[in-house]
Design a protein. Structure first.
Length: 354
């Protein structure tokens, strides 16, 4: 078979491991031929590609980013975008397409599937918030990077008796903030699932300092929401418009929160925004293995004819689920996970939170 492959949306560690696994098993086991479309769906619209053979994927396992590059291109927002994608697949005699991405990338894959294209999805989101799968690759690496940063922030915070507010990724789900905050010994963790009261955050920090701990670490997800009432609030937005999938560009909550904490407590407070550092660098061992398993699962799904489906991790097994199930909802932090850490933190709103 001749198989196309693309990586869409934001990059994350492990993308190259998926590409490598698909190509190696496809060639060794099925004698497939591969081409990679460049820069996500843009490459399919514009028919920009590169050959993917054993030489092309040699040595890429430990590399971050993606050799196919990526973009947030949405064919549905382009004139005849979906038709142009279908035309490119037909022109290149593509028997199947493997799309590696999050809900935006996979929503386009679903539209192509509905138009008759043979498409397989591989889940990719650093936020770990894609429905239908237990874990996405890149998440573990991001948590390790944040945890290391928190270890470093601890020392300078203690030296200066400061409050440090560390902003991490997490638009709609607080998995990175929760996991890295627990592992990094944060004193307050703020996630999108639970709007928080800034006065209660300040009170929590003040009580900690009164107990003789003269520094504090606050981890906040970029999509966390201020609220004076439980369940209300909205995320802090950058004045930078939206991407092609309609997502507003978040960011800046750490700076605002740091200012509000300092105003209420009179403690010197600084903000640290980790940003794209979380996406960069070599994937962890866990993510290399998980991404490889996804790639192997995807090429097997192609040859089983399971089109319109996505490879998913469930109970530590790679299974096939419908694309519609994966893109129908975000996987947010559940109450059970929050309850695990209830004993570690004080409440910062009127509901159980972290």
């Amino acid at each position: 078979m001749k198989i196309g492959m693309l990586t869409g949306g934001g990059d994350c560690p492990g993308l190259n491991a998926v590409i490598r696994a698909v190509v190696r098993k496809g060639i060794f086991t099925y004698e497939d031929e591969f081409i990679g479309f460049m820069e996500g769906w843009r490459g399919v619209i514009e028919d920009k590609s590169m050959p993917l053979n054993l030489d092309a994927v040699g040595g890429i396992l430990p590399r971050g980013g993606t050799i196919l590059r990526t973009s947030r291109t949405n064919p549905s927002k382009r004139p005849d975008g979906i038709d142009r994608c279908l035309s490119t697949l037909e022109k290149n005699q593509i028997d199947a397409l493997i799309a590696i991405g999050g809900d935006d990338t996979l929503s386009v894959a679903q539209k192509l599937h509905e138009r008759g294209a043979k498409v397989i999805g591989v889940p990719k989101t650093i936020d770990n918030d894609l429905g239908g799968t237990d874990y996405t690759f890149g998440f573990d690496t991001a948590c390790n990077i944040v945890c290391e940063a928190l270890d470093r922030v601890h020392t300078t915070a203690e030296a200066h008796n400061r409050v440090m507010v560390v902003e991490v990724m997490g638009r709609d789900a607080g998995w990175i903030a929760l996991y890295s905050g627990i592992a990094g010994g944060a004193d307050v963790i703020l996630i999108p699932e639970r709007p928080f009261d800034v006065d209660k955050v300040a009170d929590s920090i003040r009580q900690r300092h009164e107990r003789g701990r003269y520094f504090s670490i606050v981890v906040v997800a970029e999509g966390a929401k201020f609220s004076s009432e439980p369940g209300q609030g909205s995320p802090v937005l950058q004045d930078m418009g939206k991407d092609e999938f309609g997502h507003v560009k978040l960011g800046g909550i750490a700076n605002i929160l740091a200012r509000e904490i300092e105003k209420r407590t009179k403690y010197e407070t600084r903000a640290v925004v980790l940003g794209h550092i979380q996406r960069g660098g070599s994937p962890s061992a866990f993510d290399r293995v998980l991404a490889t398993r996804y790639g192997l699962g995807a090429i097997d799904m192609v040859h089983r004819g399971e089109f319109g489906c996505m490879a998913a991790l469930r109970s530590n097994k790679i299974v096939s689920i419908p694309l519609l199930e994966a893109i129908s909802r975000n996987r947010t932090v559940d109450s059970e996970m929050i309850q695990i850490v209830d004993g570690l933190f004080q409440k910062v709103n009127d509901r159980e939170t972290v």
